[in-house]
Design a protein around this ligand. Structure first.
Ligand code: GLY
Length: 572
């Protein structure tokens, strides 16, 4: 509690000292609220409201998560939508089960390891590599199948009822948010090349209608996901991908499958942390970091420079593991057990706890394992939302089109993802998030690229205590973990935890990133420099949504959307 008070007063101090550029956020009620029955926290208020509407109509957390995802695809096409994919972690209160649905995009069958090796002339604007812009950048979308799977397996309502709020937003229009407007400005030169997006007025507050997407949503409501995976919408989507230079076929859509996977989990700091398994490396990074931290700083660490230092150190090893070992678990075998072995964790904890910043290479501990041949494929911008319903079900969902506006073209009015940029490229080249992947994550037929998305549910005494996750590329996992620790270990409310300053380290490059939007107090930065860290400013470390489930007779749900992206929770 003492540590929490000190931290919050540091945040207030930074705010009152005017250190947070533009004072665009605070822990005010605008971005966080407490509810007594059910809650939705998305990074856009209209999307939170869509989920809350479905809950009020008798839907459960699965229905509401699906409605929120669909609404997000309408009101923030820069971050997610039917042309993308994601992961959902679902806690069902009835039997205390935890299910992980992987609806990540996968490469077209014609993909190969060298497809992005050639360097040619680049189109205008940012993020313009062939893996980031145009037809080759687009993976086969998983979002429509993921929404349908979530509702079929766990929901109570008809798809038609779940789609209704998103359809209304697409038909009647919505006010363009600051966040969407900023991203529109940054990618304007490319959006103007697309037949649909070139017509959008993305000034803040302008009313944007999406008639082309409304048609898709109506068809989805009537026919289900097969209208995309084998019907007219899919045909139009594939035609557009191919016009933009891609290799996707109708058969790629037809063959797409959602995967159910065992989530990764660990016990640390008195909680059970359940999170994303491969193809995400995010969950693995968090699990290993927590295990290292428990050894390096003890079970009740105070929030201050020694903990921040150990945290930065704890991420260096897992990010190296990601580079060397991670790939699509359907196509390569990952030595998860070896990577998480107690001896290895202990070695890394000794380094993380010795009070000096180490070069990332010090954490390089190759795992002894038999490299088995790859298995045959079995016909082989981002947003996070949390929902807790009145029955106690919890949905933690991260959904993405990768970079803002994905590959920056539409198919059937749907913004297509550029998830192919999450594959490695030959020659050790980094992707848009500075991540260098290994051979196991090279593109290949029907392969899913490695992700950082980390939808997480933390339990205590068998009951969910926190739903949390983030958007923001490689920074997703470090932000998710810090917010979770702020709530569970440092006594902050969800709103305070989400608004607090964050740091990020991903091993390579060897700098410790510190936010400019929520700067770490100067004395803490100085202390970290004193321990050997090189500080590099970064605008923000991801965008986090969280719902804390209080263990009180009132069972208050404290929901928070990240002020960094301007979202707001809803519920009752
Ligand atoms: N495209 C972001 C991620 O999957 O990590």
């Amino acid at each position: 509690m003492r540590a929490m008070k000190r931290w919050v007063s540091m945040v207030s101090w930074a705010v009152s000292a005017g250190l947070i550029a533009g004072l665009t956020f605070s822990t005010s009620s605008e971005h966080s609220s407490a509810f007594s029955a059910e809650a939705v926290a998305a990074d856009h208020f209209e999307a939170s409201r869509a989920g809350a509407e479905v809950l009020a109509a008798g839907g459960n957390a699965a229905d509401a998560a699906a409605a929120t995802m669909l609404a997000l695809g309408v009101v923030n096409p820069a971050s997610s939508g039917l042309g993308g994919g994601g992961f959902a972690l679902y806690y069902r209160a009835e039997d205390h089960s935890l299910t992980f649905l992987d609806f990540r995009e996968r490469a077209p069958r014609a993909a190969d390891a060298k497809m992005f090796d050639a360097e040619g002339a680049r189109p205008r604007g940012p993020a313009n590599a062939p893996s980031q812009l145009g037809g080759l950048a687009a993976g086969v979308p998983g979002e429509p199948a993921g929404i349908e799977a979530l509702v079929d397996r766990f929901g109570k309502l008809q798809l038609r009822e779940i789609i209704a709020p998103a359809l209304r937003l697409a038909e009647k229009g919505f006010a363009v948010s600051e966040a969407l407007s900023k991203m529109g400005e940054a990618f304007d030169v490319q959006l103007r090349e697309d037949t649909v997006m070139s017509k959008w007025d993305l000034r803040p507050g302008a009313v944007l209608k999406r008639p082309a997407l409304a048609r898709v949503l109506r068809a989805f409501a009537e026919e289900g996901a097969r209208v995309i995976y084998g019907g007219i919408i899919g045909q139009e989507m594939v035609a557009s991908v191919r016009e933009h230079g891609g290799v996707m076929t109708l058969n790629d859509l037809y063959a797409y499958r959602v995967r159910t996977r065992e989530p990764l989990e660990t016990n640390a700091f008195g909680y059970r942390w359940v999170t994303a398994p491969p193809p995400s490396a995010g969950g693995f990074t968090m699990i290993q970091s927590l295990s290292i931290l428990e050894l390096a700083v003890g079970e009740a660490p105070e929030l201050g420079a020694p903990l921040l230092h150990a945290m930065a150190e704890s991420w260096k090893g897992p990010f190296l593991d990601r580079q060397r070992y991670f790939g699509d678990p359907d196509q390569v075998i990952l030595p998860i057990e070896g990577m998480l072995s107690p001896a290895r964790i202990e070695k890394r904890a000794t380094l993380a706890g010795d009070g000096v910043a180490h070069p990332t290479s010090d954490y390089d501990l190759p795992v002894e394992w038999k490299r088995r041949p790859a298995t045959t494929p079995d016909n082989a911008g981002t947003s996070h939302l949390c929902v807790v319903d009145s029955e106690g079900n919890v949905a933690s969902v991260t959904t993405t089109v990768n970079l803002p506006f994905g590959a920056r073209f539409t198919g059937a009015g749907i913004v297509m993802n550029d998830e192919m940029d999450d594959f490695s490229r030959g020659g050790g080249k980094a992707n848009a998030f500075g991540l260098v992947g290994g051979d196991r994550n090279l593109p290949g037929p029907w392969k899913r690229p490695v992700s950082t998305m980390s939808p997480t549910i933390v339990l205590q005494g068998g009951e969910p205590a926190l739903c949390v996750g983030a958007s923001g590329g490689s920074r997703i996992v470090t932000a998710t973990q810090q917010v979770a620790m702020n709530v569970l270990l440092h006594g902050m409310t969800a709103g305070e935890a989400v608004a607090a300053p964050r740091i990020h380290h991903q091993g390579i490059p060897g700098t410790l990133r510190v936010e400019t939007v929520a700067p770490l107090p100067r004395e803490l930065q100085d202390a970290l420099v004193g321990l050997g860290h090189t500080i590099e400013p970064i605008h923000n470390v991801a965008n986090v949504q969280a719902i804390q489930i209080e263990r009180s007779p009132e069972r208050l749900l404290r929901a928070a959307s990240d002020p960094r992206k301007g979202g707001r929770p809803a519920g009752r």
